[in-house]
Design a protein around this ligand. Structure first.
Ligand SMILES: [Cu+2]
Length: 230
């Protein structure tokens, strides 16, 4: 890492100004930035779903974005034998805390390529954390309670949005340029397209997804089925 002592004062000021303006440019309109907005529709068995929530829309390869990873830290609680929330988008390099707020023990784990971990058993009031280093989708489970399931989507950009039930999304403060855009859903193939953002512009996207069938069962961390005990 570059030592601050070796920078001359003007260079140091320039570095600080550059860091500040990079931070300020995120999430707000500025010169040379525009917006992306649109709507996701989801087809299931030949008809359009009313609930278009939980679709993750994000851009790839946006230059000059070095997000504040501390501000992007998130938390997934273990509460009432569920993970809350059950979908989290995390920016690569940021951390998720996993506090146990239940009276019972839990054992949070993942066998996914993007992040393999086993937090072990811990009790109410304790928390462990994981920093996510690879992009991809992480299936989160508890080794004791098969009904505890959650997904984590690790993206390499601060320019992401999660749709609500109406399927609408909006990304602001995007530097002008042409970027790949991805819409990820848990129950089917992702959408992949491209969007061109112009300064002060508002690029519109109409994204159509098809929902398929997904298996609802999974195995424990050692590859065996869950027992019948509760
Ligand atoms: Cu559990």
């Amino acid at each position: 890492m570059l030592s601050m002592k070796r920078l001359s004062q003007p260079a140091l000021i320039a570095a600080v100004v550059a860091a500040l303006s990079a931070t300020l440019s995120l999430g707000r309109a500025g010169p040379g930035t525009g917006s992306v907005q649109g709507i996701v529709t989801i087809d299931k068995d030949g008809s359009s779903k009313n609930d278009r929530s939980q679709t993750v829309v994000y851009l790839e390869g946006v230059p000059g974005s070095s997000p504040d990873l501390d501000k992007l830290r998130r938390s997934i609680r273990q509460r009432d034998q569920t993970f809350s929330p059950d979908l989290t988008v995390i920016v690569k390099g940021a951390t998720i805390d996993f506090p146990n707020e239940d009276k019972v023990f839990h054992n949070v784990f993942s066998l996914s390529e993007a992040a393999k971990f086993d937090l072990g058993l811990y009790k109410q009031g304790e928390s462990k954390s994981i920093t996510f280093r690879r992009t991809g989708v992480v299936d989160l489970y508890c080794n004791i309670h098969p009904e505890m399931v959650a997904k984590i989507v690790v993206v390499d950009t601060p320019f992401f949005a999660v749709t609500g039930a109406d399927g609408r999304f909006r990304l602001d403060g995007v530097p002008a340029g042409t970027y790949p855009v991805v819409a990820w859903q848990a129950r089917g193939a992702p959408y992949r397209g491209e969007v061109t953002v112009t300064p002060g512009g508002n690029a519109a996207l109409d994204i159509k997804l098809v929902e398929g069938q997904v298996s609802k069962t999974h195995l424990r961390k050692d590859g065996t089925p869950y027992g019948r005990y509760k």
